[in-house]
Design a protein around this ligand. Structure first.
Ligand code: XIL
Length: 481
């Protein structure tokens, strides 16, 4: 049942609620300044989960409004896990995952898939095969192949293996309470990466774990991860990223710098580091007694994480495990509370302002992206439902930012106002030109030279052209005659 009582329950003055919906902090900035906008300009993805309540239509309307306004990457809290997607052997249920993908496509949000091989949230029928190596290999392969194939091209990145390392930091694999490790051995990890890659060669593939933000000391979990990544790379196992969950507490002030050190170690191996499940909780007992200074401290730690994220060139995604303190696993399962950017009334906390302040302190021209242009601005796949919003194409709001403009004359597209200081292309005054049909399907791409692009090979008709110069894009309808 959809919650429609939020206005009366929250009883906020109308003006405050509007501000909350727009995601404005107390020092309200222009309505169009959102985390997602600043993230996109910087070639990065910042986001959060869709809580299980969203999937069940049991969440306040503010949730989705803020979610799609503020964020450009999304993860399902539980709905893509093994027990959700294959509740009975070889019977798959993609209903909820599909709901998220549809929402993400309609709102241009990147999707992380979480998680394929994990010892937790495994359905009972798998446990019936405990210790049967061949059977478990077949079960895992079938699961990965069918799930990843189903979402091929729609899920940009998978947590292929989640939490496979021991809890007690003795630098080894988790050897108990893991049906996969106990039945198959450590080779289940290597196989999982290979099978995922076979099913979707374009997806990024992560190893994801907790407590790897605790530092690269000898024998630490983080050092173990780095050693394994070295081994995987040396053996051509297709890993492209590591996820550090980063469920931390307000007392963990040094963790941002630990994350920086891990990013640097992984950069040497050509692997991206993502923050995948950040929350910075207070002890549960402190609920109701927190001061402005407590929230400022939380904001300070969020800010340091965001600084590290933006300063390390091999970091790509910054994902929080929840949007509002009203819906968080911290209270329900962790004995912690209030770890997120928005409070229980959907009001942005000082942590929100800190994240924005960090983004603004790191101008787009100084932030490197680990992603290619196609990943940052994926062409719309209309067959997959990506054109539900009529595509970039026919939007009358095709706006030229920072003075860029395009004009068609005959078969030549003339571009003025290409960025001069930022882009690598600036020297040649070049920009990437993508042409789409009116349904939003990509039909032609080229590079402009000296402010012009030749479109002579394109048939007569109406099209949409997108010009991107590394920092700015313009989208415009054109007629080729
Ligand atoms: C948690 C969910 O938030 C809960 O709703 C669920 O009951 C248990 O799992 N690490 C992970 C996530 O990789 O999948 C976990 O999510 C949080 C810890």
């Amino acid at each position: 049942m959809k919650k429609i009582h939020s206005l009366s329950r929250i009883a906020l003055p109308r003006i405050t609620l509007c501000a909350a919906i727009l995601g404005m902090g107390l020092n309200a900035h222009a309505a169009d300044e959102t985390i997602r906008q600043l993230a996109k300009e910087r070639g990065r993805f910042i986001g959060t989960i869709l809580n299980s309540e969203w999937f069940n239509d049991d969440i306040e309307p503010e949730f989705e409004e803020i979610h799609k306004t503020q964020f450009n990457v999304v993860v399902a809290e539980n709905e893509m896990k093994f027990d959700a997607t294959e509740p009975n052997e070889d019977e798959f249920n993609f209903e909820k995952g599909d709901k998220m993908v549809k929402y993400a496509l309609a709102n241009n949000i990147r999707v992380r898939g979480h998680a394929l091989a994990w010892h937790s949230q495994v359905p009972n029928w798998v446990n019936n095969y405990k210790g049967q190596k061949e059977k478990l290999l077949a079960v895992l392969k079938n699961h990965i192949t069918k799930v990843v194939t189903h979402y091929k091209g729609k899920v940009a990145e998978w947590d292929v293996v989640n939490e496979a390392i021991n809890d007690d930091y003795n630098a080894d694999w988790r050897s108990t309470n893991s049906v996969w490790y106990e039945g198959i051995g450590a080779e289940f990890l290597d196989s999982a990466f290979v099978w995922t890659h076979e099913a979707d060669p374009d997806a990024e593939l992560c190893y994801n774990d907790y407590s790897i933000e605790w530092g690269l000391r000898e024998g630490s979990k983080a050092s173990f991860v780095v050693e394994q990544v070295k081994r995987w790379k040396a053996n051509n196992i297709p890993i492209t990223c590591v996820g550090t969950q980063t469920h931390i507490e307000i007392a963990h002030e040094t963790t941002p710098q630990n994350v920086r050190a891990l990013a640097k170690a992984l950069a040497e191996l050509n692997v991206t580091l993502n923050i995948t499940e950040l929350d910075i909780g207070f002890p549960k007992g402190s609920a109701g007694n927190l001061s402005a200074a407590d929230y400022a401290k939380q904001g300070h730690i969020y800010r340091q994480f965001m600084d590290v994220f933006l300063e390390e060139p091999n970091m790509g995604e910054f994902v929080m495990w929840g949007l509002t303190d009203a819906h968080s696993w911290l209270d329900e399962q962790q004995g912690k509370t209030e770890g997120l950017l928005y409070d229980k009334q959907y009001k942005p906390k000082p942590a929100y302002d800190s994240v924005m302040a960090s983004l603004k302190a790191h101008p787009a021209s100084e932030v490197k992206t680990p992603y290619s242009e196609t990943i940052l601005n994926p062409p719309k796949d209309c067959d997959a439902g990506g054109c539900g919003d009529s595509t970039i194409a026919i939007m009358p709001s095709a706006v030229a930012k920072k003075g860029m403009s395009v004009q068609i004359a005959g078969r030549t597209l003339f571009i003025t106002g290409i960025a001069t200081e930022k882009s690598a292309n600036a020297a040649s005054n070049a920009a990437k030109v993508d042409v789409f049909d009116m349904q939003g399907r990509p039909i032609y791409s080229t590079q402009s030279a000296n402010g012009a692009a030749d479109l002579s090979t394109i048939a007569e008709g109406l099209y949409v052209v997108r010009v991107h110069d590394g920092s700015t894009s313009i989208v415009k309808k054109i007629s080729i005659k």
